[in-house]
Design a protein around this ligand. Structure first.
Ligand SMILES: [Fe+2]
Ligand SMILES: [Fe+2]
Length: 189
């Protein structure tokens, strides 16, 4: 049977797969805005709310616990890990800025189209680069640590929090986001 630590790593990888589907949706919305059309701002708002309450509030803190353990147990594999909390914070800041843009638009305020497109591009690029670093480097270091020595991570603080879009109990507030996902990314209920 897989250890809980391995399961957690798999969950983090699954989260990335889900987040990259959502980032593709953001690309589409930015492309529509660049083409002079009005994107679906309700969908845009749901996406940014989702990013705030799951990736920022659950996925990144779980990773911080895993990397903290990696730093303690394997200083030889810890190069660059000091940058991760700042990276997570920057991503959260860029995400809140974009969420504020979209909420302002929904509330009827004037937000320049170029500003919205720029904030979207900055957010998507930063998060994609971060996830790529983790998938191609950091997660593999964690695998290496677990190969050498089985240990567990204490993520009990976050265990009860489900992904509100990709896990079974879809919350009513994310119907539009769920409907916007490609069929291959949806769970069969
Ligand atoms: Fe991360
Ligand atoms: Fe991540």
């Amino acid at each position: 049977m897989e250890s809980e630590a391995r399961e957690l790593l798999q969950e983090l990888r699954d989260d990335h797969r889900n987040m990259s589907v959502v980032l593709d949706l953001l690309d589409d919305l930015a492309a529509q805005a660049s083409a002079g059309k009005d994107p679906d701002f309700e969908l845009f708002g749901e996406i940014m709310r989702y990013m705030t309450i799951y990736p920022d509030a659950v996925h990144h803190p779980k990773e911080d616990i895993v990397y903290g353990r990696l730093r303690e147990e394997r200083p030889d594999l810890a190069e660059g890990l000091d940058d991760v909390p700042n990276d997570h914070q920057d991503i959260a800041d860029l995400g809140s800025r974009l969420r504020d843009d979209v909420e302002a638009i929904i509330a009827g305020a004037a937000v320049r189209r170029e500003h919205l497109i720029e904030d979207t591009t900055n957010y998507v690029t930063r998060l994609r680069n971060h996830m790529r670093w983790e998938e191609e480097d950091l997660f593999m270091r964690v695998d290496e640590m677990l190969d050498a020595e089985p240990l567990e991570f204490d993520v009990s603080e976050f265990e009860h929090i489900k992904d509100p879009v990709f896990e079974l109990e879809i919350e009513a507030g994310f119907r539009r986001l769920l409907a916007g996902l490609p069929v291959s990314a949806r769970r069969v209920n």
